[in-house]
Design a protein around this ligand. Structure first.
Ligand code: GTP
Ligand code: MG
Ligand code: ZN
Length: 308
């Protein structure tokens, strides 16, 4: 039987079959060690095959996982070279950011965009809590909007408090599988509850099953949208570790640098101190924003390549 993973708690999974029937699922022990390098062999969004284990309890066993169209990972806190798959088979991701309570840094946004570029997931940046903006934040928003729109990303602003701009974000979701990510406290879960009040019930159903009555987001979870499509709520990311991007390749995931790579004199140019570097020339003449170049240099420094 075919099914899709809607929630993963690490040991148990919630899956739905093609008819929309929900099951509690587990993996066979053997499956886990079967050549998988990620810390979680099964992630939300995965398409799997299931076999009935106990019809009365509605529990099933996951016997197979289909190839993923794409996925988003972060490195596991314990081991930087190990993946933790946040979710898979995505059409897009909405990166929720805030300029206040909490503050999302541009560095964090850049890391997220690099990850999305590397895994081929189109990303849209949504700034929430615009009701909290004073003049300083208004100016900051105008600045970051310019930076990211200039390199091809859509940037939206909304307030879940006042409802301002929320409709435009909601309209992006129809018939798509959308991942919500961002720091803790930026309003991911509030967004889902605000635009789909009926979703609240579902959250309670599922946490009721886990027996812990959790209402904070501790595990990624996918919800069916009433008008078609799916949305995935995730726990806030504190720090986003990049996974396995070689230093030489980092600039390929900056769209504005990728466009210039063939113009550098050296084909392995890292755009630092090399002569005749097209990227540095673009930074100097302002076509590449200095903030993005600084991010690039900072991130480059954090990449410690495997030496085997
Ligand atoms: N002022 C203001 N507060 C908001 C807005 N949106 C959400 N909040 C508040 O921000 C807090 C955090 O919201 P959550 O939805 O729990 O944040 P989250 O991103 O799901 O956080 P995690 O689940 O921890 O990752 C809540 O107290 C919300 O009421 C907004 O537009 N303006
Ligand atoms: Mg949440
Ligand atoms: Zn260069």
């Amino acid at each position: 039987m075919n099914a899709t993973v809607y929630k993963s708690t690490g040991n148990w999974y919630i899956v739905k079959d093609d008819a929309g029937k929900q099951f509690n699922a587990r993996l066979l022990g053997k499956f886990k060690i079967d050549g998988l390098t990620s810390t979680n062999p099964i992630a939300v969004g995965d398409k799997v095959n299931i076999e009935m284990e106990n019809e009365l309890e509605g529990s099933v066993t996951i016997t197979e996982i289909e190839d993923r169209k794409n996925y988003i990972t972060r490195s596991s806190p314990a081991n930087k070279h190990q993946h933790h798959i946040i979710a898979s088979n995505l059409d897009q991701s909405l990166l929720f950011a805030t300029l206040k309570d909490p503050k999302t840094s541009q560095g964090f946004i850049d890391r997220f965009l690099i990850t999305s570029e590397a895994y081929h997931v189109p990303s849209i940046i949504v700034f929430n809590k615009s009701d909290l903006y004073k003049k300083k934040e208004e100016e900051k928003f105008a600045l970051v909007k310019n930076i990211y729109e200039a390199i091809g990303y859509k940037v939206l602003s909304m307030s879940l408090e006042t409802g301002d701009g929320v409709g435009a974000v909601k309209s992006l979701l129809k018939d798509k599988v959308t991942l919500l990510s961002g720091h803790s406290g930026v309003g991911k879960s509030t967004f889902i509850n605000a635009v789909f009040p009926e979703m609240k019930l579902k959250t309670q159903d599922v946490s009721g099953w886990s027996g812990k009555g959790l209402h904070t987001t501790t595990f990624a979870e996918m919800f069916d949208l009433p008008f078609g499509g799916k949305i995935i709520d995730t726990p806030g990311i504190r720090e986003l570790g990049l996974v396995d991007i070689p230093k030489k390749e980092l600039s390929h995931y900056f769209p504005e640098m990728r466009a210039l790579i063939n113009d550098c004199q050296f084909n392995n140019c890292m755009h630092l101190n090399e002569p005749a570097c097209a990227v540095k020339a673009a930074v100097e003449n302002g076509t590449i924003h200095m903030d993005r170049y600084i991010s690039y240099c900072n991130i480059l420094e954090t990449i410690h390549e495997k030496t085997y």
